[in-house]
Design a binder for this molecule. Structure first.
Ligand code: ADP
Ligand code: MG
Length: 367
């Protein structure tokens, strides 16, 4: 793979042009033995195949032409190819094609499951596995961002595991990836992983695309990935989604955003920390943390506060997690209390977790 030196992502356009010129026309069964379907997402399905001549096992991502634009396919393939040299990003074989009904490309086969499949509902996965996974995904994201690109679909379904303990993981699915600075005017539907600034572009019921043309568009920035990454960390540590969407109408999100505001105000007023203040701060911390977040240590909350800063400009970069990997993120079982009813914000009805348990790919993250 040639090194494309520019960090502004403009060489992706050139790679797309070149690929379009030489895209092979072939029928899948002529060139590959299809063994079975191993995955399916919103946009395509992934087939376990072996190459008919060489016998090489591969994961073939195929997308129906009926629902896929050629430009979108070329962008996904070229961005994936451009980034595939990173050890924590799924590898590519440099094979892209169109058949009568599909566009497709061949990927390295990752034999484990995806991260979503190993999350135990209401429990998550062990903290040590979470940390191993998080460090690798952060490294993949830093690589993507350093190339002037944004992944835009960070979620457990797109993190592939080579083993179930997360010793080796690989980020996949560049179907929504874009160059930094691309403008978005609207989105259809929200996911728990979407940041507040992105969620606010969701078309509401009855709203037309034309209504959004006057609203100010959003520039695609790495901070979108940082947010999603923070949400993924919450999900895999707990087995719950922190909220359904980042809009003021979601009480769980609102509670968290209110906590961020309190913290920020404290920081502005606090200045230099006096001696003995830290213990007092931990006590105060207990009072203020929203119920769903009480199982985390103060240090983990500090990390979440940085990754999930509601204001995109104040959000940290993904690499910030490295400062926290040697610290405990979950309180020890004896330190954890079940959230008491009277500690739940009386102004909200956000008292039940059940709606957001991670157990079904279709709900609420059906994309
Ligand atoms: N290289 C691969 N090896 C093994 N499984 C894969 C591979 N790529 C994707 N998958 C599985 O297929 C699913 C769908 O693939 P993905 O590229 O995310 O498609 P979509 O764009 O439709 O979401 C993933 O969630 C994962 O479970
Ligand atoms: Mg996917």
């Amino acid at each position: 793979m040639i090194q494309l030196g520019s960090a502004d992502g403009s060489l992706i356009d050139e790679l797309m042009e070149l690929t379009a010129q030489s895209l092979s026309q072939l029928e899948i069964e002529e060139h590959f033995n299809v063994i079975k379907e191993i995955g399916r997402g919103k946009y395509g399905k992934v087939l376990l195949v072996t190459h008919r001549c060489r016998g090489t096992p591969m994961a073939l991502k195929v997308m129906p032409k009926s629902s896929t634009k050629l430009q979108g396919f070329l962008r996904e393939y070229c961005i994936s190819l451009h980034l595939s040299s990173h050890p924590c990003i799924v590898g590519l074989f440099g094979i892209a094609f169109q058949s009568a009904e599909h566009y497709g490309f061949a990927q390295e086969l990752v034999i484990g499951r995806d991260l979503f499949a190993v999350i135990q509902p209401k429990v998550g996965i062990p903290e040590a596995s979470v940390k191993r996974c998080v460090v690798q995904v952060a490294s993949a994201l830093e690589f993507i961002h350093s190339h002037g690109l944004v992944h835009r679909d960070i979620k457990p379904e797109n993190i592939l595991l080579l083993d179930s303990n997360c010793c080796r993981v690989k980020l996949a699915d560049f179907g929504l990836a874009q160059k930094r600075g691309t403008m978005i005017r609207y989105i259809t539907g929200t996911l728990p992983y979407m940041s507040p600034e992105l969620s606010s572009l969701a078309l509401r019921e009855g709203q037309q695309v034309e209504d959004m043309v006057t609203a100010s568009p959003l520039s695609v920035e790495p901070s979108l990935d940082t947010w999603a990454f923070g949400v993924v960390i919450f999900c895999i540590l707990t087995g719950y989604f922190p909220w359904e969407c980042c809009l003021g109408t979601d009480e769980f999100y609102q509670e968290f955003a209110d906590w961020c505001l309190i913290k920020e105000k404290e920081k502005e007023e606090g200045g230099e920390e006096e001696e003995g203040r830290e213990e007092l701060r931990d006590l105060e911390y207990e009072e203020e943390v929203p119920p769903l977040w009480k199982k985390f240590t103060p240090k983990a909350m500090e990390m979440f506060g940085k990754l999930l800063a509601p204001e995109a400009g104040k959000r940290s970069t993904v690499g910030e997690v490295r400062a926290y990997v040697d610290m405990d993120w979950l309180k020890k079982p004896q330190q954890q209390q079940a959230p008491e009813k009277d500690k739940v914000n009386p102004n909200t009805t956000a008292t039940s977790n059940e709606a957001r348990v991670i157990e079904d790919r279709e709900k609420p993250n059906k994309n």
